[in-house]
Design a protein around this ligand. Structure first.
Ligand SMILES: Cc1cc2nc3c(=O)[nH]c(=O)nc-3n(C[C@H](O)[C@H](O)[C@H](O)COP(=O)(O)O)c2cc1C
Length: 232
């Protein structure tokens, strides 16, 4: 099945024309009661932001329900990896490496088997599992202090580009990194950091109840003024 930008039925971002949240508008978690017996309104997954953001950032969230019949076009895979490639990095060292595993491949089965129980339960329907690897020690044998920072930034680029391509992403830290390191016979200088599930959004009703509950849980963020330690 081809993938394209998703339309969000019932999307209701409570922003005004300038992209600001109207005063007094409750955040979704403030107004929601018990959501588990109701269909998940995808519009409610959009970020309710206090400042206007570009669309892929507003629409990005981390679903667990993916369409098990949808593949990602190889050109689109190339595009999202290209977005990672153009991330900035310390001294332009570009310490990000990726294992790209398509659903149905042996690599996918290997990566999937290394996930912890809950992640294994939902991630099998993703079209791709991408293992995010940092070259934490350079070819000169010196540790790269910012390797994981740079990798994270490259993955952020990838997720935003994926969202722009009509896909969704879900990053995971819950897996056995040593198992993946061994299975892919990775060099000792490489550190397996995270895994990103990527695919076309699926039907949350196909999930088990505990996962479905998480899927519908309110999206929360700390207030901006708690994040800025000093801002004169
Ligand atoms: C490094 C990292 C590790 C994560 N590990 C997991 C995980 O193992 N399982 C999971 O379901 N979600 C995982 N997440 C997803 C986060 O829980 C999610 O991004 C966060 O709750 C915010 O939700 P949102 O992405 O929908 O905005 C991880 C995210 C990151 C960035």
């Amino acid at each position: 099945m081809p993938c394209g930008p998703k339309e969000y039925a019932g999307a209701s971002n409570t922003l005004d024309a300038a992209g600001r949240r109207s005063p007094g508008t409750p955040f979704p978690h403030e107004s929601s009661t018990r959501m588990t017996s109701l269909p998940i309104a995808l519009g409610s997954r959009r970020a309710v932001t206090d400042a206007p953001l570009i669309t892929p950032l507003v629409e990005r969230w981390s679903p667990r329900a993916y369409d098990p019949g949808a593949d990602v076009d190889p050109e689109v895979v190339r595009t999202i990896l290209e977005a990672a490639r153009w991330a900035p990095s310390a001294s332009n060292t570009q310490p990000w490496r990726f294992i790209v595993a398509r659903r149905g491949s042996r690599a996918f089965a290997t990566v999937h088997a290394a996930l912890n129980g809950r992640n294994r339960e939902w991630a099998d329907s993703a079209a791709l599992l991408i293992v995010n690897v940092a070259e934490a020690v350079g070819p000169d044998g010196l540790p790269r202090r910012w390797a994981t920072y740079d990798l994270g930034q490259a993955v952020a680029h990838l997720t935003v580009q994926a969202q722009h391509e009509g896909l969704h992403t879900h990053q995971m830290g819950g897996f056995d990194a040593a198992r993946i390191h061994d299975a892919f016979d990775l060099d000792a200088r490489l550190e397996v950091i995270s895994i990103t599930a990527i695919g076309v959004l699926g039907d949350a009703d196909t999930l088990s109840e505990p996962l479905r509950e998480r899927e519908a849980a309110p999206r929360r963020r700390m207030p901006l003024d708690e994040l800025v330690l000093s801002g004169e």
